[in-house]
Ligand binder design. Structure first.
Ligand code: F6P
Length: 763
């Protein structure tokens, strides 16, 4: 840095000096030319006006009168004197001072007499610099002699010297100021940020700060900082993975990590590739004026699958729903993601408005969603929606077939209720493909599912898959019972599979999870930093609160947000000591708001929060803060870490990953999870405070118990639940699902197990 500064200073001095000198030289030359021109003009004016008088007096023949006249022109400003010469250049009259200077007739005069024309010349006589201006004199139009006017031109030289002197001082001051200012700028904008970045990198390298800690703002190096931060994060991940691997090996544990999954899948896929299909894409591009923003949608599915694709590359085929999605893809509608650190391919499929309305909003979310959740919202089945659902499933099938064209025996993971028909459609064209579908929402009992007018087609489509996954065993059972009633098939209850037209479909529970592998306490997880974090959050929210609760949901009627608010109200009623102390922050991402039910719910949730706040709030406190917008993972994590409790009160939920994300964020092993017994997560997280969300008093009581729970109890519970999640993390989920799928025998004629029950119920 010092060497850089010396070089910079020397270059600046040389540069500024050269530029200043060049400009000054030009200025001096111009000035000199102007001054000389002025002096010449003055001599000419004087000469012209004097010439007439001289000619007249000379015509009278009085040389004395002529001498008197020239004597009058001595010692005027810059004028040394004048002289009259005859045509042979002999002096006729001359100012006396001039006599001492001009010993011979000047060259300019000779030239003027010869050319009969005015002549001027700057000459140096001894030390003096003078201007000699000569003009011819006439008598009766005949050349009679010449008039010479001599000016002192020394002041021009003096003026030039003055300019050079000023230039010197100006250059000196300029150099000093520019060097000073440049060094300040370099320090503030270059060496300062670089030093901060170096410090951050050193701290990151030596593990003094967590990899999640943001790099300091590097001002104009922001793009570079971004790249460095991404690289540092990758290195830190790699180091964590290596350390984790070593620790696990040492402990003899068999925890699943991204690296282990990657190696495992390479072996399993044996040269084939992984393809994932879902409605929701992991990254949406949105235009905001001139900039193209990337948004991660609020989706449990995306949260779960992104680490899997990151670990093993492959292609994710999804609906391109961002308003600027088209701008970001190549000629094959593909792009590499994540945008910051590309690891897999995203293939976008385009839907028009009618398709989106019929397939997504209509059949999927007004039909199947309430049908499967049973949360007392009546499903709506429209024939036109069903038509669109089939067409869009066909469209996605075409995209999948295009993507897998060159891949022998591809492994395809279809996601969710949007694509019940896809497995059959794909297998018809590519029987060599291994197809699994994972159903992220509950599967209801056969009676409930039976109200769907197209239940047989849906079950048919699903049975095209080699493997169907649900979160929990009871959903598998419900599905098998539905199959039993709806289609001609053999259900093997012992092996949980369905055999139909020589094709076997395995049905298995795979409880989905989150990316939790690291055993190291995250930095910022101690008591002190938690209080600092909480203080900064409450300050931002403009409240004061001793206890904090958190809820994070898409605003969906299945999530039990209204029931949660009622429980908070009941808690404050029953335990008034907590008024002014306990605040619940509800992060609510607006979802599917084109549907009236969702649109109305959003307004209802807001109104309910307002009503309860109005009832209890004081100057600096209110019971509920409703943050009605989508928050990124990074924005949510500080709330998880600062909260005393997290409430998940779904009326029915396939799994619910918020519960697991909350625990994943609690490396400090604090905080209490209040969890609805109607979530898939409740089967695994037995140390949560399980509640029936319809029972408002029970949930209110759970809030009190959570706030008053002994720290050791909290710690034990969080510790056990985190261990469960770590053991059954998202990498194990993917590994189990894909391993099971890869083990499926594709040849249909395998021997049937002995205990098959023949079922021939037709829908
Ligand atoms: O629970 C089913 C599911 O697909 C989740 O995976 C996801 O969180 C949610 O629905 C997303 O809904 P949408 O994609 O309609 O916003």
């Amino acid at each position: 840095m010092r060497l850089l500064s010396v070089r910079l200073i020397v270059s600046l001095i040389l540069g500024i000096t050269l530029v200043s000198l060049a400009f000054s030289y030009y200025q001096v030359v111009q000035e000199k030319r102007t001054l000389r021109g002025d002096l010449e003009r003055r001599a000419e004016v004087l000469g012209e006006s004097l010439a007439g008088n001289v000619e007249k007096i000379w015509g009278t023949g009085s040389n004395q009168a002529l001498q008197r006249l020239v004597q009058r022109f001595g010692n005027r400003e810059h004028l040394i004197g004048v002289a009259v010469y005859d045509r042979r250049a002999e002096v006729v009259a001359m100012t006396p001072e001039l006599g001492k200077m001009l010993t011979a007739s000047p060259q300019a005069l000779t030239q003027a007499l010869h050319d009969n024309h005015n002549e001027s010349a700057f000459v140096k006589l001894g030390d003096a610099r003078i201007l000699i201006f000569a003009l011819p004199l006439h008598r009766e139009d005949e050349l009679s002699g010449g008039l010479v006017i001599v000016h002192d031109a020394g002041y021009i030289q003096a003026q030039m010297l003055r300019v050079w002197r000023e230039t010197f001082f100006r250059v000196l001051v300029q150099v000093f100021l520019v060097v000073f200012i440049t060094l300040l700028i370099v320090r503030w904008s270059i060496s300062g940020p670089i030093a901060r970045a170096a410090q951050w990198m050193r701290a990151m390298r030596t593990g003094r700060i967590p990899s999640s800690q943001k790099m300091p703002d590097l001002d104009m190096f922001r793009p570079l900082a971004h790249e460095v931060a991404t690289m540092a994060a990758s290195l830190s991940l790699a180091r964590n993975a290596a350390e984790n691997e070593a620790r696990l090996r040492e402990a003899g544990e068999s925890m699943w990590t991204a690296d282990r999954l990657s190696v495992h899948l390479q072996a399993r896929l044996a040269g084939s590739r992984l393809f994932v299909v879902s409605n929701r894409e992991p990254y949406m591009h949105q235009r905001n004026g001139k900039s193209l923003n990337v948004v991660v949608p609020p989706s449990g599915l995306v949260t779960a699958l992104e680490p899997v694709l990151n670990a093993c590359d492959g292609t994710w085929i999804a609906h391109g729903s961002g308003d600027a999605d088209l701008e970001a893809v190549d000629g094959h509608d593909r792009l590499r993601v994540p945008p910051d650190d590309p690891r897999y391919t995203l293939r976008r499929v385009w839907l028009n408005k009618q398709e989106e309305e019929g397939y997504y909003y209509g059949f999927s979310n007004e039909g199947l969603w309430p049908l499967c959740h049973i949360a007392h919202t009546r499903p709506i089945f429209r024939a036109s929606d069903w038509q669109h659902y089939q067409e869009v499933n066909r469209k996605f099938t075409d995209a999948v077939l295009e993507e897998i064209e060159d891949t022998p025996s591809p492994v395809i993971l279809v996601q969710d209720y949007h694509f019940a028909l896809l497995p059959q459609m794909i297998k018809e064209k590519r029987p060599d493909a291994r197809v699994a579908i994972f159903w992220h929402i509950p599967w209801p009992n056969p009676e409930a599912f039976g109200i769907c007018p197209w239940q047989r087609q849906l079950v048919d489509g699903l049975l095209g898959a080699d493997l169907i996954g649900f979160h929990v065993q009871s959903h598998c059972n419900n599905f098998l019972q539905t199959v039993d009633r709806v289609v001609e098939s053999r259900v093997d209850w012992e092996h949980f599979s369905v055999l139909r037209q020589d094709h076997r479909t395995m049905v298995r529970p795979f409880p989905i999870s989150v990316d939790l592998t690291d055993d190291e306490p995250a930095a910022g997880s101690n008591n002190e930093s938690r209080y600092i974090e909480r203080a900064s959050l409450t300050r931002t929210l403009g409240i004061e609160a001793t206890f904090l609760g958190i809820g994070v949901d898409r605003v969906d009627y299945t999530k039990g947000i209204l029931e949660r608010f009622l429980a908070i109200e009941r808690f404050l009623e029953k335990y008034p000591a907590y008024q002014g102390k306990f605040t619940f922050v509800q992060i609510g991402a607006p979802s599917r708001t084109h549907l009236k039910r969702y649109h109305d719910l959003l307004a209802e949730v807001e109104a309910e929060a307002d009503r309860i706040n109005w009832r209890f709030q004081s100057d600096k406190w209110k019971p509920i803060v409703f943050l009605k917008r989508q928050h990124s993972h990074n924005e949510i994590t500080p709330y998880y870490r600062a909260a005393d409790l997290c409430m998940v009160t779904s009326l029915h939920d396939g799994m619910n990953l918020v519960a697991k994300e909350f625990l994943a964020a609690r490396a400090d092993e604090r905080g209490v999870l209040i969890l609805s017994q109607f979530t898939g997560a409740a089967r695994e997280l037995r140390d949560a405070l399980l509640v029936n969300p319809y029972d408002i008093d029970q949930s209110a009581e759970a809030i009190r118990v959570a706030l008053e729970m002994e720290p050791e109890d909290k710690q034990l519970r969080v510790h056990r639940m985190r261990r469960t999640i770590k053991e059954h993390n998202i990498y194990r989920w993917a590994s189990n699902l894909i391993t099971e799928l890869c083990e499926v025998r594709l040849d249909a004629t395998e021997e049937e197990p002995a205990k098959l029950h023949a079922n021939a119920t037709v829908a």
